[in-house]
Design a protein around this ligand. Structure first.
Ligand code: BG6
Length: 507
């Protein structure tokens, strides 16, 4: 068995908190870029601060920018506002390789640096490559690494792993093409595809909630659940990422990855163990049970929309078409709502509604299960007018926790029943601070735990679900609706649920 397969699984072994990276060279491609400064280096700093990194860990930056080791170190100190002494120590060993990603000599020089580090800095022939580049370079960099003999560990027992970030392709065909390129250079067990939603504590808590308790799982199915809702709402617009967003849209940016991953965990069957393979097998099985939208039903079951100017948080904001680097006649969607169906024993007949959008009134992500009404309500309508169906809401962010909504008697002489809610809040229940998603995932990749990374077949399945919708957007068979910034999307989104006698949120 390959060494990667033997890595400790913290979910399985309860090692979180004591975990520490092995000696390794962390090679960041795109070292002078935005992702490195915004996410990777700050996450590394937090890991260094809490002593989760081996003293024999060395960061090697690779990028086209003409920098030397000293300038890269300066950058690494600058991007962290209040750097710890542990960070300063770590940064002092940072190395930098400048060069073009298509030039083989870049990889030869990198190979030399890595060999030197194994000799002089004790990195032990372990390599973690992080592709923080534009997606067009994923395949070429992987290929160049393989060509330079860097996609395999130089010694028995060492490892070489490749971390990549979405987008994993633009559609099913390009995702498969990318996979082909990656698999030409690395084996699947070496690939760590990041979806930062899986690094969120509350997303992982869906597993704990469902499979560590007896009271939820028995009702987590078609016999009790009326429908499922997933909302990923953002109040921000596209900011300075207009150029990128124009090529993506909400379906590619959020639904194909984050929403599908959350759905996978929500809909899956209990895994045999919490080992990576078991969890990923069950997730992909759940995704395979989601009915692929038929071209003729897409228009009825999907809403596509774009925001106009409006007010968010008391501030006037421009419409999407007026954003920086956005075409004035752009048809890119900033909002998607969909009705999905799941064909399996657990969920047959239970619709799953998902929605995501930018410039909505507030930022929150949640998964809600609304339960069926009781088969017979003994109370008169006048006594139960304010009674909503029971619901269980997993609040993924920002106010992390769980809400259970149910009916209770209103105090007083009369017998009236009204909806109340019981709240569990992470902030109130735990003293421990949640690690940031990148911090968590970076350490997972270092110790070789792939549980919270996306396997190739999951990417494939997610694209298969969104592919017909992408096509329908492209050929305009789903018209582009409009919504004012600071509202909950277009009226079509409410109508999608109203048609089935249901409504969004209000949990
Ligand atoms: C990213 C998207 O994957 O997720 C962004 O590209 C989006 O457009 C972000 O804003 C949302 O992440 P979070 O963690 O803020 O919910």
């Amino acid at each position: 068995m390959a060494p990667e397969d033997l890595a400790p699984n913290p979910l399985a072994e309860g090692l979180e908190g004591e975990r520490r990276s092995p000696p390794l060279a962390l090679v960041i491609f795109g070292a002078s870029g935005d992702l490195t400064s915004r996410k990777i280096l700050p996450a590394l700093e937090r890991l260094a601060r809490r002593r989760a990194l081996s003293p024999n860990l060395v960061v090697v930056g690779v990028a086209r920018s003409d920098m030397d080791d000293a300038q890269f170190r300066e950058l690494a100190l600058k991007v962290v506002p209040d750097p710890s002494p542990a960070w300063e120590d770590l940064v002092a060993s940072f190395r930098y390789v400048a060069g073009d990603y298509t030039d083989p000599t870049t990889f030869d020089r990198l190979g030399q640096v890595l060999a030197d580090l194994d000799q002089g800095a004790g990195t032990a022939g372990n390599r973690l490559y992080y592709l923080a580049t534009v997606p067009g370079l994923f395949g070429p960099v992987a290929r160049s690494l393989a060509r330079a003999g860097l996609s395999r560990a130089p010694r028995e027992g060492g490892f070489a792993r490749l971390v990549i970030e979405k987008p994993f392709g633009r559609d099913l065909a390009s995702a498969r093409e990318l996979d082909g390129e990656l698999h030409g250079a690395f084996e699947e067990r070496q690939l760590y595809r990041i979806d930062h939603y899986l690094g969120k504590e509350t997303v992982q808590n869906v597993l704990a909630l469902r499979f560590a308790n007896t009271i939820f799982e028995p009702v987590w199915n078609r016999r009790y659940v009326d429908h499922v809702q997933v909302t990923v709402a953002e109040s921000l617009g596209v900011g300075h990422r207009g150029g990128f967003y124009e090529t993506a849209g909400a379906l590619r940016d959020i639904v194909q990855n984050h929403v599908m991953q959350v759905l996978g965990l929500t809909l899956m069957e209990p895994p045999a163990t919490v080992e990576a393979k078991d969890i990923r097998d069950e997730k992909v099985k759940a995704l395979r049970s989601i009915v692929i939208p038929a071209p003729e039903t897409v228009a009825a079951d999907v809403v596509r929309a774009q925001y106009d100017a409006g007010w968010v948080d008391g501030e006037y904001v421009v419409g999407y078409r007026e954003e920086e680097d956005v075409s004035p006649d752009s048809t890119t969607e900033t909002f998607v709502a969909m009705r999905l169906e799941v064909d399996n024993w657990r969920w047959a007949g239970v619709p799953v509604y998902v929605r995501t959008g930018k410039r909505l009134p507030k930022r929150f992500t949640e998964v809600a299960l609304q339960f069926q009404r009781v088969p017979h309500l003994s109370f008169a309508t006048s006594q139960s007018r304010d009674l909503l169906p029971d619901a269980l809401v997993v609040r993924i962010q920002p106010d992390e926790g769980i809400t259970l909504r149910f009916g209770a008697k209103v105090p007083g002489q009369a017998f009236a029943v009204r909806t109340v809610s019981m709240d569990f809040s992470y902030g109130a229940a735990f003293m421990e601070e949640s690690p940031d998603a990148y911090e968590r995932l970076l350490l997972d990749a270092m110790v070789g735990d792939p549980t919270l990374f996306i396997r190739s077949d999951e990417v494939d399945q997610s694209w298969r679900i969104v592919e017909p919708v992408l096509r329908a957007f492209e050929d305009d068979s789903v018209p582009l609706a409009r919504y004012e910034a600071g509202t909950w999307g277009p009226p079509e989104s409410d109508r999608l649920l109203a048609r089935d006698g249901r409504r969004w949120g209000a949990f």
